[in-house]
Design a protein around this ligand. Structure first.
Ligand code: GLN
Length: 236
């Protein structure tokens, strides 16, 4: 982290932002502010250069065509890749996950190169996965909503985020992918609003603080924990 405020990059919300994924940036900013840490969201738009000096980068979901545009833009302006190379935190959802991988095939059959930050590749599945998802994660069950055709295969350079208890996720019983401080999932929600422990894991990486040492903000925490547990119980 550089400077005084944590700088949260909301990457291409104009093409990657279905199902309110842009809300993940607001969640990170608010959880930092609750802890007395200044934070700002920097929107990175299609057609503009991608800054390499931000602390965390967020990519949301999108249609095939939108994510192909996003991948082409991010490959042409490799600020995100430079930031990841120096250890910046990167978080992707659905199309964001696929774009962070090595390649993805869209429903027309065209293969697009990804950013190669996760060792995953994606191809169209037989049917669209739509609905609620519960993922067993090492901290607590994660809940979210999925809507994607892509099936994602992990290589040895990434490990899954968790195991799917309900829904589809990657398509092989796992969901998401993690390599270093690059983490991605199929869960929309916004997923960081529904699963603050996941938000805090990302923040612990940004701040260089073990997650257990991040004081828990008290605002609304109890109510949201009841809601999270109820959703996990309902959909499992
Ligand atoms: N277009 C991708 C797919 O269908 C991702 C969809 C999404 O981000 N919701 O697999």
């Amino acid at each position: 982290m550089t400077g005084t405020a944590v700088r949260i990059g909301l990457v291409l919300p104009d093409v990657l932002g279905t199902y309110g994924d842009s809300g993940n940036a607001a969640v990170l900013r608010q959880r930092l502010r609750w802890r007395g840490i200044d934070a700002e969201v920097v929107d990175v738009h299609l057609g503009a250069p991608v800054p390499s000096g931000l602390d965390v980068y967020l990519l949301g979901g999108g249609e095939d065509e939108a994510q192909a545009l996003a991948a082409a833009h991010l490959r042409a302006h490799p600020g995100l890749q430079r930031a990841a190379a120096r250890g910046a935190v990167v978080f992707g959802v659905c199309a964001g996950l696929q774009v962070l991988g090595s390649s993805f095939v869209v429903s027309g059959g065209t293969r697009h190169a990804g950013l190669g930050l996760l060792d995953v590749s994606t191809s169209p599945g037989e049917r669209r996965a739509v609905g609620e998802v519960v993922v067993e994660w090492d901290r607590e069950p994660l809940t979210g909503f999925e809507n994607h055709l892509g099936v994602t295969t992990l290589g040895p350079g990434s490990r899954p985020l968790g195991r799917v208890a309900a829904g589809t996720g990657n398509g092989d019983g796992t969901d998401g992918a993690v390599t270093g401080h690059v983490l991605a999932t199929y869960l929309h929600g916004p997923v960081l609003a529904r699963n603050p422990a996941l938000a805090d894991l990302l923040l612990s990486w940004v701040l260089g603080t073990p997650p257990g040492e991040l004081p828990v903000p008290e605002v609304g925490e109890l109510r949201r924990e009841r809601l999270r547990a109820a959703r996990a119980a309902r959909w499992r």
